[in-house]
Design a protein around this ligand. Sequence first.
Ligand code: GLY
Length: 601
Amino acid sequence: MRRILLALLATLPASFASAQEQASDTIAPEPATPVGASHAADSAISASLKAKESGKPVSAKNWMVAAANPLAVRAGADVLAEGGTAADAMVAVQTVLGLVEPQSSGLGGGAFLVWYDAKSGEVITLDGRETAPLQATPKLFLDDGGEPLKFFDAVVGGRSVGTPGTPMLMEEAHRRWGQANWAALFDDAIALAEDGFQVSPRMAASIAGDAERLSRYGNARDYFLPGGKPLSEGTVLKNAAYADTLRALAAAGAKAFYEGPIAADIVRTVREAEGNPGVLSLEDFETYEIKARPPVCVTYRAHDVCGMGPPSSGGLTVGQILKLVEPSDLAGLGSKSAEAWRLIGDASRLAFADRERYMADDDFVPVPVKGLVDEAYMAVRARLLETDKALETVEAGMPAFDHALNSYPRRADGEAVELPSTSHISIIDSYGNALSMTTTIENGFGSRLMVRGFLLNNELTDFSFRTHRDGVPVANRVEPGKRPRSSMAPTIVLKDGKPDFVVGSPGGSQIIGYVAQVIISRLDWGMDAQQAVSAAHLVNRSGPFDLEAGTDAEQLKTPLEALGYEVKIGDINSGLHAIAVTPDGLQGGADPRREGIALGE
Ligand code: GLY
């Protein structure tokens, strides 16, 4: 079996850390210091960090994996090097991420996975999103007066916890596409949890920034704040409880999580959360299922861009942005042109207006999935961009619903707070399969409740807290068993039916802008995988234009203001991980704003 990972992250610079994962992630990147190179794998990690620092992509011929932490990437690389598939490698990456980047994703959360199957040429998506408890009512996030709760009053505690999907998603992906021994895929995470790993700068800064909230409930407090002090960078941290949980999953599969003592502990912890209990029950675990769904694909510049449909808004909103700018000559305008960013910014505003009105879990509310990216509808909406200044008003359009309805449904816009967190994994294996998976426990450290070595999500706060406006229902309102709308946008771009670009990012609702931008950077502006993920961000959801501080983007402040935008300059914390397929082989890019790398062979 694969050798066990013992090497520890030594000296990633503190500048890669976030001050607070769930909030503004304020620290700008500086050059990386390579990890201690004690053997060949460490040299590869070191080389990958150096490539990222110098803005160069990592190259490979056979396989590649890119994710948010070198230890997790190395676990996936070991699986791929031994002939495992992308689905096998994902299990190794996810289980290590849950240990070394616990603030972002893990067993207590959910994920969306887009898969390109080399044998069939098909793209399939798996929905491992959390579900609202069957006992949830529309009042879940309303106070006694019927007004929405304050965001963190809802988040911290049991109220926000949905039934986790990640353990079952790992099993389902392995069942469909894996070929390695299931139990062996947990070896690296178990070894790291037992022998210890060094707390990374980002994890340490995230803990320090969240210390007050992390101190509210016992297990998380004892783990992240031993002796009342936040864990510091470089501390060797063990997690025996997590190792035991992984052993149970390795031995019995996902049923070890959804039946028996683990599920019982989660339910008890949620229902007994002092001050803010939730209503999760064992029935939620018994009825939970992974849903295989068709991808949402749009054509863009002679490529097929395929992503995750509802309950994520990612695929549809990224797809709309691309379709809305497709009639424009972005290549001719170039990446530094204010006119190019006017087009992208207002395309994004139009897409976000539709998103707020129509997108939600379509097992519960009719969503015009085809209509939203229909060529004729997009052409009509794109005509709104035929002007020379910022749109003064932006409103949702009227896409055709997929099935005949008695009348066009009345829908009110929702309001869901989405702060940057989450993690993204991109993999291409030696068989030509591609996997793009965005994985999350929602807010940094999720609900702050910890059970058996992992954190529980707060995914339910991705619902609109308000269920109606003036009696008109919001699509993304809380309903029992429903999945909250997501912004996660795991994407596989195909050229002539084969993978061309695999990408995704964390970042709350900004994910959509990051992913649209990185695709435009590659397809319109010819950037390589590293250039595309490193490129300065400009993001417009529905308010001001957010420009990334300390980058070339700042030069567009005055021209964009002249076009009529309110402009805000600040730190922007994407975590893009991309793999491009080129005539010379695979090219990996890891976001310089975070600690991740790409490794390949
Ligand atoms: N909770 C992050 C997302 O689903 O978009």
